[in-house]
Design a protein around this ligand. Structure first.
Ligand SMILES: [Zn+2]
Ligand SMILES: [Zn+2]
Length: 286
């Protein structure tokens, strides 16, 4: 990776995040404490994806040329019993910190109960969040809370694939509004240090890719008058909004800092921007 861009999430990045949170004043606010416990649990999982990689790498360039992501659900090599243990652990954290409704708790418990229910729900979540869709978009019946718990549970595997496959997607070959690795939507962006180019970050696997600054990453709108962004006082944070689809994406401008920026942590640091955007009737990815 070049110095102009943040590293994709590796064990080393996770350790830096944990040590940065350990330096912060105790006790951490609820949302950061939840995040700390989730990434600690995720970091104990060591996915072994080696037997699925050669085939995926072989198919990668053809898929990218057809604007298809490099990974599909059925090709993913997942240790389901490990995923189940992580799902149960993160479910308990979600119950403690996110105050889900009784119906949401029931849904989480009904999925955690067996490998079949977990596989089915994970496939549902993955398929409904994958762009482009074949035919009509599948809508998931799962609650947002369940979706977040599944995402957090599958994350160690998705990141492992992103680390292996992303180097195969050259900057010049992928400019879609979905992830070249898993087909997920972006939920964060950054302007890189050298030229201020905008790169999108996948909401599911943390892969990043170059995307035009003057286009909406959700609806492809390119009309300047309906695209805008707001910044904070220091100009480090940006909120890009689109008047056409009313969606927004948060971004950091790496030219405005000399510190190392840890993207997963920035997502959580910027929750107040989500609140502000929602108040202005903009919605997040998805
Ligand atoms: Zn992805
Ligand atoms: Zn848009």
């Amino acid at each position: 990776m070049t110095l102009n861009r943040p590293d994709i999430t590796t064990q080393e990045v996770v350790e830096k995040i944990l040590s940065r949170l350990a330096e912060a004043s105790e006790p951490l606010p609820g949302h950061l404490e939840l995040f700390r416990q989730v990434i600690s649990a995720q970091s104990k999982v060591k996915p072994n994806i080696s037997s699925s990689l050669p085939k995926l790498k072989e198919k990668a360039s053809q898929r990218l040329a057809q604007n298809k992501p490099m990974l599909t659900f059925h090709e993913m090599e997942v240790e389901w019993t490990e995923l189940q243990a992580l799902f149960s652990q993160i479910s308990e954290l979600a119950k403690e910190y996110l105050k889900p409704t009784p119906g949401e708790i029931e849904e989480l418990d009904s999925i955690a109960v067996g490998l079949d229910t977990l596989k089915e729900a994970t496939q549902d979540w993955f398929g409904s969040g994958t762009i482009p869709q074949k035919g009509k978009a599948k809508k998931t019946k799962l609650s947002a809370t369940t979706g977040s718990v599944i995402q957090a549970s599958l994350y160690p595997w998705l990141v492992a694939y992103a680390n292996e496959l992303l180097p195969l997607a050259e900057k010049d070959t992928w400019h879609q509004r979905y992830c070249p690795v898993c087909g997920g939507s972006p939920d964060f962006a950054y302007l890189e240090k050298e030229y201020g180019e905008r790169w999108l970050v996948c909401s599911r696997c943390d892969a990043h890719w170059y995307f035009y600054r003057l286009a909406c990453p959700y609806c492809d709108n390119q009309e300047h008058k309906s695209l805008a962004f707001f910044t904070d006082d220091k100009g480090f944070y940006r909120l890009y909004v689109c008047e056409k689809c009313r969606r927004y994406i948060k971004a950091v401008d790496l030219r405005k800092t000399d510190d190392e920026v840890l993207i997963p942590l920035e997502r959580v640091y910027t929750l107040d921007m989500d609140r502000q955007a929602t108040e202005q009737n903009y919605t997040a990815e998805g």
